[in-house]
Design a protein. Sequence first.
Length: 336
Amino acid sequence: MRLITNKEEVANLHQKLVKKLNAFSTKKIRALTGHKGSSLEIDVYYSDKLDIWWINKFVEGKSGIRYWNAFGIGEPKPKRLAHIICEINYPKEGINRRVAANWIQDDNDFLLAHSGKIGGGRKGVGKYGFIEHYNGVFEDVDVEGLSKKITVIGNLKDPNLPYQIKNFVFEASRIKDILVRNTTLKSSSDPLDKIKHSFNEEFVGTKEYKNRKGKIATTANHGLIVNTLKGIISTNKLLVANDQQRDLYIYNKKAKIESVFEIKTSLKSQSIFTAVGQLYVNNIRLKPMPQLIYVIPEKPNLNLLKTLKKLNIKTLVFSWKDGKPIFKNLNKLIEC
């Protein structure tokens, strides 16, 4: 794995990123945007399919010479202020720790990585809060010039890259709202608050981070899968949440967790062992034991299916269509 610092390589990757995004553009709108105390009138691109707008511009300022990739949600109105939700900026060349994104190469994959450093002039918003609430994977990496913890927003080779970027933008919006409003402080009558209180008594520590020496490209879709699955479950009028040890869980008004989902993007041996361990270790104390669901990208072989059945772990297989994960037999599982 290497950090890409050569200006010709960065420029080439940037052009390919812009081309992929602009393929989804349905409108070009002249709007106002920028930061507090400084705005400019500029053409922004909007996608009906993604419901985000963006700017890709080469700039020089306090944060150095960089590619400025600003994103917002919803269709901007002409000549009106379009609020920036997040930026995915990377340096023109070399190392610049004042910007949050970088391009990295992992074997034959070119990955858009982010440190979690977000801002925007809102009190309480910052890197560590973003990492703690992010519905995705942050990796511990040891690459010179790169932040020690990164998340892979997307893979340039992946046709889902525009959807992965959309997911990151929506995540930034959601997390900023949490950090600003401090919505984790709920009324004690909220069943979710009771679940979290019980969880905090039983487990000690902070969010788990992966320490991976091999390829990290497969982690890019994790957050997209989590958020899509969470949205589908919510539309079925079920209470759904996630925490430090569980990708997703369904709970009831009596503050009992009924189903737990562990999401993996591959079926490699290490991933299987990790999933089974996480499902059991993180839920063994719950009474009654919730339904354990292993979410995977392909149907497991017969031997694995038999083993999972003995462990009382059910499987939920997903496939991809138009940049979104499609879950088979989900309704059957959540009706239990």
